[in-house]
Design a protein around this ligand. Structure first.
Ligand SMILES: Nc1nc2c(ncn2[C@@H]2O[C@H](COP(=O)(O)OP(=O)(O)OP(=O)(O)O)[C@@H](O)[C@H]2O)c(=O)[nH]1
Ligand SMILES: [Mg+2]
Length: 461
């Protein structure tokens, strides 16, 4: 079996084990980074096509995974939720302040933990987080092999528990959460009924997040099983709602479902909307797939349009270059004529000087006596009582001055006019044609992915 065949077989085996959504997200990512036939020679991704010097189009690769950040007060159950979602205890939980920094929990082939710098290298889009002083030692990535729920399509971001007062954070926690909010698709806010759910820091953070990311926020009352009596729960819910009311933007769509991690020793059943959190995550995944498919179509269209622009620009430049060359040549010839005239006047003027006229009269004319043609020519050079130009004394010097200045002006105008813009080589034009065909094929693959995605939604409905 050839190398390519082996790779193909491996890809197929991988693909079969993957959910359709995950496959679509991965394929889109691949089309941006590696192109239609990853690994084969000449396969270029949309990113490098867009970055070609002939196009210089700025496009961004869509993320392979959906990012979900959890925020809330200390001990609200954020880390416990992550452990429950992935079915593995990757995050430490407990009553003490457990999570002091940010942990990116992601799925991978091997269980591993990455520290700050490795995390920034792994998630290049959050590189900007490193600008927060003191954060590098408090950022980690936990790689888990879990395939539970939709974990293979999600990166979960655990954040430090928010508290007021004495607690010193090693970095600006609110600002770093606000920074990360730009890069995540969904923010789950957990408020527990007994902790510092409504602490000032949490409220300030929620307020800041509402400035630009109101649509990403989903609120929950976590650890609801800790308040067994219904009316106590209602009281807590009202209290949280009242505190949030003035701070959140789309308050009409505000929901505060009660959630808790599954347990079967409860005396009275308490409503648990835990699956709603999973639904919210699934919804974020669906939206991301749709957004990525749309972005890919738009990027393909933008590349095709830019190829047309590059060709049009090239045509215009060729025409401009041809006209500039014609004008340049005309000016050059004109310049030569002026220079030749200047030379002619200079020769005549030189011949008009006393030593030359004397020398010509005494030596040249007698010597040329037998050659009438040359003699007449030399005689013609000799001024008849001092050479006058246009009736002006010393007119020759003036004429030479005018001619020299004219020549310089012509040179200057020529340097301005005869400017050529770079045009495409045959190789460039061939490359663009190749891109065009390639992007068309990518669009066809995108249509297939789109159909596959909607078929899957339809089948699951
Ligand atoms: N009763 C109950 N306890 C929970 C629930 N979820 C978490 N806990 C407990 O609450 C405590 C705090 O949970 P964590 O997951 O560490 O909370 P956290 O929000 O990550 O806390 P920090 O990392 O300090 O911000 C732990 O002892 C958990 O066992 C729940 O749904 N019900
Ligand atoms: Mg925690």
């Amino acid at each position: 079996m050839g190398k390519d065949k082996k790779r193909e077989a491996k890809n197929t085996a991988d693909t079969l084990g993957m959910s359709s959504t995950e496959r679509i997200l991965k394929r889109i990512h691949e089309l941006y980074e590696k192109g239609l036939n990853p690994g084969s020679d000449g396969s270029v991704g949309l990113l490098s096509i867009a970055a070609d010097p002939l196009l210089q189009l700025k496009i961004y690769k869509p993320r392979k995974k959906v990012n979900v950040m959890l925020i809330g007060n200390h001990s609200a159950g954020k880390s416990s939720f992550i452990n429950w979602y992935i079915g593995e205890s990757v995050q430490t939980t407990g009553v003490a302040i457990e999570t002091r920094g940010f942990t990116f929990v992601t799925s991978g082939r091997k269980r591993d933990t990455l520290k700050g710098d490795a995390t920034f290298a792994f998630y290049d889009h959050i590189n900007g987080l490193s600008k927060f002083k003191g954060i590098s030692e408090n950022v980690f990535t936990e790689i888990s092999t879990s395939k539970d729920r939709n974990f293979s399509c999600v990166d979960l971001v655990d954040s430090p528990g928010l508290v007021d007062g004495e607690m010193e954070y090693p970095f600006d926690v609110t600002e770093s959460i606000v920074f990360l909010a730009d890069h995540v698709d969904l923010i789950l806010c957990f408020f527990d009924p007994i902790g510092q759910a409504l602490c000032k820091r949490t409220m300030r953070t929620i307020e800041r997040l509402n400035e630009h990311h109101a649509e990403k926020l989903a609120y929950y009352m976590s650890k609801a099983d800790q308040v067994e009596k219904e009316h106590d729960r209602q009281r807590v819910l009202i209290q949280i709602t009242q505190n949030l009311a003035g701070r959140i933007k789309n308050s009409h769509a505000f929901k505060l479902p009660t959630i808790y991690l599954p347990r079967d020793d409860l005396a009275v059943p308490i409503p648990n909307a835990l699956e709603e959190v999973c639904d919210d995550i699934d919804k974020a995944i669906r939206l991301t797939v749709q957004k990525n498919l749309t972005t890919m179509r738009d990027d393909c269209d933008a590349i095709v349009a830019e190829i047309a622009n590059a060709r049009e620009l090239n045509g215009r430049r060729r025409r401009d270059n041809a006209s500039a060359t014609a004008k340049g040549w005309a000016l050059m010839v004109f310049g030569w004529v002026v220079l030749a005239t200047l030379f002619y006047v200079a020769v005549l003027e030189a011949c008009a000087t006393k030593p030359v006229t004397t020398a010509l009269r005494t030596h040249a004319l007698p010597a040329l006596a037998t050659q009438p043609v040359f003699r007449d020519l030399v005689e013609g050079l000799l001024p008849d009582g001092g050479r006058r130009w246009f009736g002006v004394e010393h007119g020759g010097a003036m004429a030479m001055g005018v001619l020299a200045v004219t020549f310089l002006i012509i040179q200057f105008v020529k340097s301005r006019v005869w400017k050529l813009s770079p045009t495409m080589t045959k190789k460039d034009a061939k490359r663009l044609a190749g891109y065009e065909t390639y992007v068309k094929e990518v669009k066809a693959v995108r249509e297939e992915l789109y159909k596959e995605y909607f078929k899957q939604i339809h089948d699951n409905a």
